[in-house]
Design a protein around this ligand. Structure first.
Ligand code: ADP
Ligand code: MG
Length: 404
């Protein structure tokens, strides 16, 4: 029986059910199982298998050698990285990630807890829902998973071993191009600029040498600063939420990089939800107030919690006092610079977010995109100047003007 799984093959729903019986102890052989492929990403296949009588369920995420969306080859090592990091995060922040039940390195099949009770944050925010526990939850996840994986806290030899294990060449290559190069230098001709914004993009992104220098600094840091084990793709489609809290999934872009990349992605993506409603549903003051306060809160709480984890975990004498202040200030500056690069790349690059893509072409879309780009530029250029969350939300409000 086991021979069947001695070599990787891409499963279908029937295979996934059989796989559960053959390889896992989660169900019994006489359970009546059902299965559905629920993946909505571009990359992998996600099967939900459940017992039709009890409803008990499991998720199997399987990676294939070929990218789901384009058929392009992609290194299977990413799946091992995902399984390993979910387990590390599971120890550091168990409340915020699905439990891993099994990982099969040959089949590249990761079996984990079904978190379907939580919903895709991007889709929910686009539908106007608000989540009171979002800022608390995501900042605890960030502070608890990031700082303890640095060599301020970890054994330094063990940390270097982890840097090796989590060297994620192909997925980092995607970010290095799509986030840190192409929005400013369209050398692969993949940018997709909304008609009417071509000159704006040329002037504000392609021709701003000062901006390109600052993006270069962030790019270099992304590639060379093995600071913490980061999630690497913490956009609002990797966060699932409900009124009880949040769960974070999909860490296959994980590697040792600057921790501000994760916090920056969270904040950058929340601006898409805000911008979408500010331009399309400007009377919705409940949502607008909530999102504004939540963004400010994410910035403020992240800084506070980072300090708290720091006090508990960082014991080396040189790393106290002024060092701590400078370290956290530099993480917060990275956070804002990397929020800026995320905001820009999702508007002009080819991986658009629904909050931008779904806006019909016309004046409103052009204005909304410009506001996001200009805010992103300010975040990059002024990243070390902010001292609280209110200042970052005010940056956007000043650009959007009387819309808010
Ligand atoms: P990809 O790597 O292809 O982007 P994701 O990890 O984002 O895949 O998963 C795609 C979708 O599958 C998610 O948007 C979510 O709807 C569903 N999914 C993934 N993991 C789980 C889980 N543990 N529980 C419930 N649904 C999940
Ligand atoms: Mg995904």
């Amino acid at each position: 029986m086991d021979n069947k799984y001695a070599k990787h093959f891409l499963m279908n729903a029937e295979d996934a059910k059989q796989y559960c019986i053959d390889k896992l102890t989660f169900f019994n052989a006489d359970n009546k199982l059902a299965c559905c492929e629920i993946g909505d990403g571009n990359i992998n296949y996600v099967f939900k298998v459940w017992d039709e009588n009890t409803g008990k369920s499991i998720i199997i995420k399987q990676a294939d050698k070929l990218l789901r969306s384009s058929g392009r080859p992609l290194d299977l090592h990413r799946n091992k990285i995902e399984a390993e990091i979910l387990q590390i995060e599971g120890k550091l922040a168990p409340e915020y990630v699905p439990t891993v039940y099994n990982y099969d390195e040959i089949m590249c099949a990761l079996c984990m807890e079904d978190i379907s009770a939580y919903k895709n944050l991007r889709t929910e925010l686009l539908a106007g829902k608000t989540f009171d526990k979002l800022a608390e939850g995501i900042t605890s996840f960030l502070a608890n998973t990031l700082l303890p994986t640095t060599d301020l806290c970890m054994n330094r030899a063990e940390k270097k071993e982890r840097v090796k294990l989590f060297t994620n060449v192909e997925l980092c290559d995607i970010s290095e191009d799509l986030v840190f190069t192409e929005p400013y230098y369209n050398y692969k001709k993949r940018n997709i600029i909304t008609k009417g914004n071509e000159d704006f993009v040329k002037q504000h992104l392609y021709q701003d040498e000062k901006l390109k220098c600052e993006v270069g600094v962030l790019r270099n840091k992304f590639m060379n600063n093995t600071q913490a084990l980061i999630h690497g793709d913490l956009h609002s489609g990797s966060i699932f939420a409900n009124e009880d809290g949040i769960k974070v999934i999909d860490p296959e872009f994980a590697f040792y990089g600057p921790m501000g990349y994760d916090s920056g992605n969270v904040i950058g993506n929340m601006f898409f939800s805000w911008a979408n409603k500010a331009y399309l549903d400007s009377d919705n003051t409940d949502f607008l107030n909530w999102v504004e306060n939540s963004i400010a809160k994410v910035y403020d709480l992240f800084e506070i919690k980072l300090g708290e984890v720091y006090d508990k975990e960082v014991l080396f004498p040189f790393y106290q006092g002024e060092f701590k202040q400078r370290y956290i200030a530099s993480v917060m500056a990275d956070t804002m610079g990397l929020a800026g690069t995320e905001m820009i790349r999702r508007v002009v690059g080819d991986s658009k977010v629904a909050e931008v893509k779904s806006v019909p072409e016309g004046k409103v879309k052009l204005q909304m995109e410009r506001a996001l780009i200009l805010t992103g530029i300010n975040f990059i250029k002024k990243r070390s100047k902010y001292s609280c969350g209110k200042e970052i939300v005010d940056e956007f409000k000043a650009i959007v003007g009387d819309k808010l």
